[in-house]
Design a protein around this ligand. Structure first.
Ligand code: FEO
Length: 169
């Protein structure tokens, strides 16, 4: 495999683990606000990000590539109020989409169809993650201003349960 693609795949492991770290930080923020449902939502989001990291790791291993784990950055976003972290999360997902698109672009340039096929799952996943992140913002804007509305939203997010990724390598 092209060295640049191998580098980007390895780097994506770090980016996904950073995403998990960021979402744990957001979960802690909501826990501090006693919004347990929002905290639950982001705890699960963090688990999903760890799953993403493991999928990149497994793909590299399956292709005989050496995995090098690097230091994970400290989550340093300023988390403020209820809507602030939702906006940070949505912006972060767009950043991750750009990273996936960039690897896809490199794989396409190199006619690395195997990596493109692997990344297809992440392309779909990013669409879903951006949509969900945007929806959390719009629903907060619609209902969150009213304490009862916020309570019901929090209850709904408390019901989110973890499901393992549909991609198995
Ligand atoms: Fe692994 Fe939310 O991107």
């Amino acid at each position: 495999m092209n060295e640049r693609i191998a580098y980007l795949l390895n780097d994506q492991i770090n980016k996904e683990l950073y995403s998990a770290y960021l979402y744990l930080d957001i979960a802690n923020h909501y826990d501090d606000l006693d919004l347990d449902g929002y905290a639950n939502y982001y705890m699960i989001q963090a688990q999903e990000e760890r799953d993403h990291a493991l999928l990149f790791m497994k793909y590299m291993q399956n292709n005989g590539l050496k995995v090098t784990l690097e230091a994970i950055d400290k989550p340093d976003k300023i988390l403020d109020g209820v809507i602030g972290p939702l906006e940070i999360a949505a912006e972060h997902e767009r950043y991750v989409t750009a990273l996936i698109n960039n690897i896809y672009h490199e794989a396409h340039q190199d006619k690395d169809y195997r990596t493109m096929k692997f990344l297809d799952w992440f392309v779909d996943e990013q669409m879903e993650e951006e949509e969900n992140a945007d929806k959390m913002i719009s629903r907060y804007k619609l209902f969150g201003g009213d304490p009862r509305g916020l309570y019901l939203l929090d209850q709904e997010y408390a019901a989110r349960a973890y499901t393992a990724p549909s991609l198995v390598l």
